[in-house]
Design a binder for this molecule. Sequence first.
Ligand code: E4P
Length: 220
Amino acid sequence: MKIFIDTANIAQIRDAADMGIIDGVTTNPTLVARENKPFLELIKEICETVDGPISVEAVSQHCDEIVKEAKQLAKINKNVVVKVPLVKEGLKAVRILNKDKILTNVTLCFSVPQALLAAKAGATYVSPFIGRLDDIGHVGMDLIRDIRKVYDNYGIRTQIIVASIRNPLHVIEAAKAGADCATIPYDVLMNLMKHPLTDIGVERFLNDWKKVPKPHGRGR
Ligand code: E4P
């Protein structure tokens, strides 16, 4: 499963990239707004930090405007993937962008039929938001399992990005469901690495190491 980091924060992106654990980045207008930086400058900086798919959301409302905006975004860097909302005008735009070989991530997906239509329109990626479904009392991960089944039934190549992830269990379940990618907030990503027995083990080894006789002035 590819791992994307779901943030527009450069320090977080750089930290995760330095660990070699991320394949790409997803942003959205909310995440971008938090950074309080000029938009283009920020996206360019993200593209310079990670060599992988960088999802950037188009905010236009009508097909022709979405296409125009998407083309401008795609010019920023070869890795830019244009996020388009799963609405009628968005799907029309995805169809055109697919023909023009511009990568798309159809976002705000909350149902299997929506995911099927995104694929039919030619989406490169689809982003089902599982945390927001959990928030309203649905089992968000069921949607991932169902989309996986439907896509596999027909050999659909649109990649499923599990989005709106809130905790490590979401990541485990996404991988078990066969998702192509998971986009994960920084805090959840860091929690994936943690285990109390690892911390206890490191501390014990360091304490025991202090008891090992060492030549004067040398580490070993
Ligand atoms: C995905 O592309 C979105 O940026 C993100 O996962 C939305 O997550 P949220 O529901 O926590 O806002």
